[in-house]
Design a protein around this ligand. Sequence first.
Ligand code: VGL
Ligand code: ZN
Length: 198
Amino acid sequence: MTQALIVIDVQNDFCPGGALAVPGGDDIVPGINALMDDFDAVVLTQDWHPIDHSSFASQHAGKAPLEMIDMAYGPQVLWPDHCVQGSEGAAFHAGLNTDRADQVLRKGFRRTIDSYSAFFENDQTTPTGLEGYLRTRGIEKLTLVGLATDFCVNFSAVDAAKLGFDVTVRTDLCRAIDLDGSLAAAMAGMQDAGVRIG
Ligand code: VGL
Ligand code: ZN
C-alpha cells in the first residue's frame, strides 16, 4: 500500500516561544524527521491566516483568546493571533526537514472560515484539495504526526478516516493544547472514527 506521512502544523507559533505555544511542541521534531524515510510521500501542512482572520480574538470586540463564538458554520474557539501569512510565526520550525516534503498544504487562508482539518475547512464542506492530491498519487494509508493532537491532528485524522483512508495517528509524535478536556474528547472521537492510535 502506498503510504504518506502527513506532518500537521509544525510551525514556530505552535512551539515554545510562539503565539499559540503547545507544551513540548518542538520535542517531536527529531522523531518526525527520522520517520520521513519510511514513507512514499511526505506532506507538510501549514496554518496560514490573513492578519484579520476571524478565528483571532483580536477581531471580536470584548472577546479574549480561548473564549467561544458562534460563526456562520457553528461554534469556534477564539485564538491569539497566530500563523499570520508570511510571518516568522507561520514558518516551519527550523529543525523540521522541509526538504523531504513533496507537498506543502496551506489552510485557514479564508478570512471568514477557520480550517483545523487538512481536508475540509471548519464549515465541514469546503475542500482544501488534499484528498485529490493523495488519491491521484495512489496513496491509501496515512500516518499523522504534529500539532496539535486535539485540534488540527484530530480534525484531519477524523476527516481522513471518513474519506476512507487507512489512518494512524502517532500520538508520541504529537503534542496537545488540552483545553477543557479537548484531548480526551479528541482521543475518543478519533477512536470512534476508526483512526488507529499508534
Ligand atoms: C491549530 C488552533 C488554531 C492547530 C491551528 O494546528 O492545532 N489550533 N489553529
Ligand atoms: Zn489557526
